[in-house]
Design a protein around this ligand. Sequence first.
Ligand code: URA
Length: 188
Amino acid sequence: MYTWEEIEKFVNHCGACPLGRTRNHPVMGRGDRKSRLMLVAEAPGAQEDLAGVPFVGPSGKVLDELLALAGIRREEIYITNILKCHPPGNRDPLDQEKEACIPYLKWETYLLKPRIIVCLGRVAAQRLISPDYRITREHGTWVERKGCSLTAVYHPSALLRDPARLEVARKDFRAIGEKLRRLEAAEP
Ligand code: URA
């Protein structure tokens, strides 16, 4: 098993797929490495690629608003992506890229041992919950796996494109906040 520092070093020097040659900065997960809550999104966007930090662009602002509504501060959770490198033009990650990158997420999950995993958007939900996951139908529902509760919500970028979905996203985030607080009360 590897340490956080080793995983970060692997990510920083990764050449497992061609994205390592086109990205500016790899984007390792960020946040509290002892958190019970892990958010998993798709892949760094253009601004994250420049900064090397997840969710610093406009979608990060939406995410912070939703977290605030749920009573959750960004510093108290761990946020990561399926891909650690930006796909040019923000296209969907290719299967080959997901397969090359997934060991990093597995190591992050192993070290963090989250009790709640929230998939931000379809790509993460289809990789972590079920390959035929339909975000419009299934967002906000929970599955239990090996002592961990998983759910998916609309991706913040999808909410920027379609603000009509904000209300359901707010509801889903409030439920996530409540679940986290119940867990903290039961296991301080
Ligand atoms: N979109 C993502 O999926 N991940 C980020 O880190 C930023 C935007």
